[in-house]
Ligand binder design. Sequence first.
Ligand code: COA
Length: 373
Amino acid sequence: MSKIMNATPSSVAPTSGLEGIAAADTALSQVLGQAGELVIAGTPLHQFVAQQTFDEAIQTLWSIAGSDLTLEAENVAHARALAFENIEKLQPVLKGLSPAEGLRLCLSSLSGSNASDAPVLLVSAMPVFAANVARLADGHALVAPDLKTNTAACFLGMLHNRAPSQGEINALDTYLSTVCDHGMNASTFTARVIASTQADFVSAIVGAYGALTGPLHGGAPEPVLDMLDSIGTADNAAHWIDAELARGERLMGFGHRVYRVRDPRADVLAGALKELGAEGPRYGLARAVERCALETLQRHKPDRVLETNVEFYTALLLDALHIPRAAFTPVFAVGRVAGWTAHCIEQQRIGRLIRPSANYIGTPVKAPQDLSV
Ligand code: COA
């Protein structure tokens, strides 16, 4: 690891959370925090999303990572069918688990021994698991996947047990492409650490998914909707937000470790909402809450830029697609597994174990030569 600014690793403050540390070389994506730009596969986000579907984006990322793997229809169909067999067997254990917990269990049920096609298995199984754990948590029966449609259509078809409209497919496809990769975020770093030990791909993705579920990472969109529900009406926003900050709480959907301006993904998702024609009453409330939150955060933390992040508009878009809020993090994983698998491929090509050191701050022991004294 090297610290930008030229400091040695031993000077990293224990509370820094590795901020500003470059932990790997990657050609997959670049987060330009000051400019508010995300570049994926060498292309600015809005172009990347416009130029290819999510399923194409997966293959683009794999190819940049140095793999010639493709999503052959036959292999995707086989992996989806296998995933459905697994979830059928796991059904009794899944009852009583939240969708986020259920997805963790389902992913662990995959065999990761065949490294050559493990990425295809993982990206194909993820929508089958994510849609069906959401169904089970709501007391509905499992729905088998369509083996031929793209990821977005397959997921929505199972979740709602009906054929989705083209508008719905496009909106979810835009979401999945938007979140497919994002530099060295916590879950991607986790995936790379596990891959660097030469553990199998499934283990790397289970670990990455665990990191994603926390509210400081991919677990934020569900609380965003809870916040909007609690606020209720626009004229209640200022009072609610002030009280929340006074209690030392964080506003979900705001702030970012790297962006010091608005998260560019927020605008792409706002555009998808508009295209879906889903700017209903909740959208109006959300815009009013966003304005109020930004003003209040600026007053509350004048020395720190706290802007809207991707999770705020994720919550609105996924809600407009009638995806239950408890399933938002699993849906995030359907998109981000593209980046996780690509980073694992890239990491394995580098082939070097990630093993940093720590500053020891415990009880000092005597040096060996002093022990005889
Ligand atoms: N609401 C209120 N205050 C916030 C805040 C938020 N959303 N985000 C950051 N802050 C405050 C912190 O409390 C901290 O104040 P302090 O210095 O008095 O302790 C200061 O801003 C700096 O925050 P810090 O924790 O150093 O930022 P970070 O880079 O570690 O955190 C996040 C980034 C995303 C974890 C953080 O902004 C956050 O918790 N946001 C809400 C959760 C969320 O939306 N997560 C999805 C991320 S995409």
